[in-house]
Ligand binder design. Structure first.
Ligand code: KIV
Length: 255
């Protein structure tokens, strides 16, 4: 399905999106046939080991988008516009085109950036909006929209971005009731992360779903595997075999 057709998915089968940062993972995801792969700037944290997403550059995003696109033969790839890459419509359009050249079909933009989003859509680039918690500018990672005023502001942003014609919008970290109201009010499908069950779809960071970091424990996160344990056990077994002279054995030796 093309990204620009996603507005037709509203109210139908739930949309499934996952992040990916490399081609082996995107190849596996591609074979499972989910709806979209996001090259998230979360790579700054889970791939680069930084404390936030702000230092991710266009160069990083292009590199990872190219890798992910090589593995994703059928699944549309969406790339995040990193911090400050969308500071004016002109700069944003130039950078979005670079991400499309790298293999993305569309881009995701954090916040209510009217001129930028209009310029990108006019330039033929499908845009996914992102509201609620905005990691690129947030002072702290917390649940947004808890007061009536904050909730109203987020709802107004959603309505406005919907009018601009975004093909979908991520709702990050907000009470389920607010996400439900937004989902019912906009034509674009909503994709939640920490936004409850009423969104039109869900997204998770692949490293979190796979359980790679036992110290990351937000309430919304369900781990579908414990790769931290699997990898620790495998590395430990390799260490024991090498130290004990058991690897390589005859089976793994050329003669
Ligand atoms: O960067 C990212 O991975 C994201 C998702 C959490 C939606 O923006």
């Amino acid at each position: 399905m093309k990204l620009n057709e996603f507005r037709d998915r509203k109210g139908k089968e739930k949309i499934v999106m996952l992040t990916a940062y490399d081609s082996q993972i995107s190849k596996i995801i591609d074979q499972v046939e989910i709806d979209m792969i996001l090259v998230g700037d979360s790579l700054g944290m889970v791939f680069q080991g930084r404390t936030d997403t702000r230092s991710v550059t266009m160069r990083d995003m292009i590199y990872h988008t190219q890798a992910v696109a090589r593995g994703a033969k059928r699944t549309p790839v969406v790339a995040d516009m990193p911090f400050k890459s969308d500071s004016t419509p002109f700069i944003a359009l130039r950078n979005a085109r670079r991400l499309v050249e790298a293999g993305a079909e569309g881009v995701k933009i954090e916040g209510r950036k009217t001129d930028v989003i209009e310029a990108l859509i006019a330039g033929g680039i499908p845009v996914m909006a992102h509201i609620g918690l905005l990691p690129q500018t947030a002072e702290a990672y917390r649940v947004m929209g808890k007061t009536p005023e904050d909730a109203q502001k987020i709802l107004q942003d959603a309505l406005h971005l919907d009018e601009l014609g975004v093909f979908s919008m991520v709702l990050e970290s907000m009470p389920e009731g607010l996400a439900k109201e937004i989902t019912g009010a906009v034509r674009a499908p909503t994709i939640g992360i920490g936004a409850g069950r009423y969104c039109d779809g869900q997204v998770l960071v692949i490293n979190d779903l796979l359980g790679l970091d036992p110290t990351f424990t937000p309430k919304y996160l369900k781990r579908y595997a414990n790769l931290y344990q699997v990898i620790s056990d495998a590395v430990g077994a390799f260490k024991r075999d090498v130290r004990g002279g058991k690897y390589p054995d005859q089976e793994h030796t050329y003669h």
